[in-house]
Design a protein around this ligand. Structure first.
Ligand code: SF4
Ligand code: ZN
Ligand code: ZN
Length: 307
């Protein structure tokens, strides 16, 4: 098979598009598609300061490399942020690999420790604060990234959610009827009382393509799985989507376009509950309860620690 651009021997074949590329032209294609998604959903404007959330996994690092490339021509700046979540060896390795990549690219970065904000994810598990560790971990990440983005005067917060992640959340929303959540689920979530605008530049990038990109660019990423990963149900949904994709290549893109063009506007109109959030009585961060979940977890951990 030959590269569709230069006709040299192809290294990558994308079944969903029936296109083959050599390494160099795959990289070009990948970066151009991210750029198009950014433009289509107006994710980044001239002069933006974008915090890039980097976990050390393949998607977040692919995102960092692409945004670093695009920042050179699209006139915005980036700041990479990694949170040490306090999960033993896994966190140590994740931070180490993220930092290696920051140095390789020469980008500005910050590494923050969840421990400095009052607890670690290991504490959540050790003191049995919740059976849903991933839920607490997600809350902690969102809380800290938003806080750091505000401290740094960033106008956007970018995460590495890819096409498969996006569709999995949409399908989950359909299955469990979380329509209020879906009313806020879109490639860009505008800034709202105390919340920095969040963007998903890889939203049109299939998961496997991120992996190919990291390999093609020689990016070192964390392969080790998180010790608390219990992704059974989200994996099932992704496998279901992938089954449809295998039978009809391109299904994921049509699911995506149907959602953003036809379904999301209807759900938004019917279920969006305005954008007003309260301020947490303890930390002042935006929340819809009196005390935010982050502060509640923090108090539970400190009560158990001193018991
Ligand atoms: Fe956090 Fe769960 Fe992801 Fe581990 S798998 S990093 S606990 S969200
Ligand atoms: Zn080529
Ligand atoms: Zn709070």
């Amino acid at each position: 098979m030959k590269c569709r651009v230069c006709k040299a021997k192809a290294n990558v074949y994308l079944r969903y598009a029936n296109m083959a590329f050599c390494k160099e032209h795959f990289i070009e294609f990948f970066e151009r598609r991210v750029r198009r998604a950014i433009e289509r959903f107006k994710m980044i404007e001239k002069g933006d300061k974008v915090v890039v959330a980097v976990s050390g996994g393949k998607d977040s690092l692919a995102l960092l490399y692409v945004l670093n490339e695009l920042s050179k021509t699209m006139d915005f700046e980036i700041l990479a942020v990694t949170i040490d979540l306090g999960m033993g060896e896994y966190s140590k390795l994740s931070v180490e690999i993220a930092e290696k990549n920051y140095k390789r690219l020469g980008v500005d970065y910050r590494i923050v420790e969840l421990e400095d904000y009052g607890f670690t994810i290991d504490d959540v598990a050790k003191y049995r604060i919740s059976g849903r560790i991933c839920g607490i971990c997600g809350t902690a990440k969102r809380y800290i990234l938003n806080k750091v983005a505000k401290e740094e005067g960033a106008s956007k917060l970018a995460t590495g959610h890819n096409l498969d992640d996006f569709l999995q959340v949409v399908l989950q929303g359909y299955l469990y009827g979380n329509l209020e959540d879906l009313a806020r689920y879109y490639p860009i979530t505008p800034s709202l009382s105390g919340l920095v605008a969040r963007i998903k530049p890889l939203v049109t990038t299939p998961e496997k393509d991120s992996l190919i990109y990291t390999i093609a660019k020689g990016i070192e990423y964390v392969v080790m799985e998180c010790p608390y990963s219990l992704r059974a149900s989200s994996r099932d949904l992704k496998n279901a989507i992938f089954y449809l994709e295998e039978r009809r290549p391109g299904t994921r893109f049509s699911m995506f376009n149907t959602y953003v063009k036809m379904i999301y506007p209807l759900i938004r109109e019917a279920y969006f509950k305005g954008g007003v959030l309260k301020k947490c009585k303890e930390c002042g961060e935006p929340t819809n309860a009196d005390v935010c979940l982050f502060c509640r977890v923090k108090s539970s951990v400190s009560a158990k620690r001193s018991a």
